[in-house]
Design a protein around this ligand. Structure first.
Ligand code: NDP
Length: 295
């Protein structure tokens, strides 16, 4: 972590996985059981397949049991709900994640609400959302990407309390839960979205900027408050003839302009992405420990 301004999510995530591996080994010594993570993938989206593969790979790396259920694009909602019911009942499974987005003929809401709250490691069940959004109540599972953003700030000892935090984007997955986490930590929080007027002015107020709009290099460097902290959640593929894959990944913030101006910034890739998976593994270990406590 000695690279000056870069919030090195890749390195921090690796460190967290090592800590988790030690914890999982200790739990195994004691209980002769490993936390289990089930990931459900529907259809053949390339990006979703990559995410699911990585989740399974890192789960195994830290010593979790990993179960992957790959269902065809045409699967009925009823069959998907049955798969979830089975996973809810399965004592080897402590965490359940349904990779989003789901095909249009399936109700995402119905599927997410079907997951047992105690296994909801993505934190999208209404009860976990409600806990997160109720101050002074212990949250349940916290969504992984927002949790990863906060963990990154904490590992670099970046103060949050009293700071002006601006969150770009209000999705249920990233923007809203990130804003809630910052609020819980006593930041002054502002959420911007596609109807926000004069975005550059709003961005310029941010001591901490979280960009999660999914628009490649949308935020110019000269919008940013000097020495501010930028967490770039965006993962956008842009055409690149020089890359062997034909594309490269960029964030929502224009890196070349932002880097010289800010105090800290996350790279894309290698920033928030790896932290997201690390938090999923952490939530799964938490689910396992909760189960043990309650038995
Ligand atoms: P969504 O598309 O669900 O949400 C985008 C949000 O940004 C919306 O609230 C939208 O506003 C707002 N928005 C869009 N364009 C603008 C604009 N020009 N100005 C201001 N606000 C705008 O995306 P997600 O939240 O799911 O993801 C955001 C990005 O983060 C994507 O690039 C995604 O790939 C990435 N991501 C990365 C993860 C990681 O692990 N690093 C995990 C999840 C996502 P409105 O509500 O008005 O439509």
């Amino acid at each position: 972590t000695n690279q000056g301004k870069i919030l090195d999510g890749k390195a921090i995530a690796k460190q967290i996985r090592k800590e988790l591996e030690e914890k999982v080994n200790a739990l195994y010594q004691y209980y002769a059981m490993r936390p289990g993570l089930a990931v459900v993938l529907v259809g053949n989206r390339k990006d979703s397949q990559t995410y699911v593969r990585n989740k399974g790979r890192f789960a195994k790396e830290v010593g979790l049991e990993s179960f992957t259920h790959h269902l065809p694009e045409s699967v009925t909602e009823t069959s998907l709900l049955e798969v979830i019911d089975k996973l809810n009942e399965d004592p080897r499974v402590h965490g359940i994640l349904v990779q989003l987005p789901l095909p249009g003929h399936i109700s995402t809401e119905k599927v997410l609400q079907r997951i047992d709250v105690s296994k909801d490691v993505d934190g999208f069940h209404a009860e976990n959302v409600g806990r997160l959004c109720t101050l002074k109540r212990e949250p349940g599972f916290i969504p992984c990407t927002p949790q990863g953003c906060l963990e990154l700030l904490d590992r670099y000892n970046i103060p949050i309390q009293g700071k002006h935090a601006v969150v770009l984007g209000r999705s249920n997955i990233v923007g809203i839960p990130t804003a809630m986490l910052l609020l819980r930590r006593n930041a002054t929080v502002q959420i911007c979205h596609s109807y926000t007027e004069n975005l550059p002015t709003e961005v310029s107020k941010a001591d901490i900027l979280v960009a999660a709009i999914g628009k490649p290099e949308w935020v110019s460097g000269n919008w940013l408050k000097p020495n501010s902290v930028v967490i770039d959640v965006g993962i956008n593929a842009v055409q690149d003839a020089n890359s062997s894959r034909g594309y490269r990944l960029v964030g929502d913030v224009r890196w070349e302009e932002a880097y010289p101006r800010v105090g800290f910034i996350t790279p894309v890739p290698g920033g928030v992405g790896p932290m997201t998976i690390a938090m999923l593994l952490k939530n799964t270990v938490k689910a396992f420990e909760n189960r043990i406590k309650n038995n």
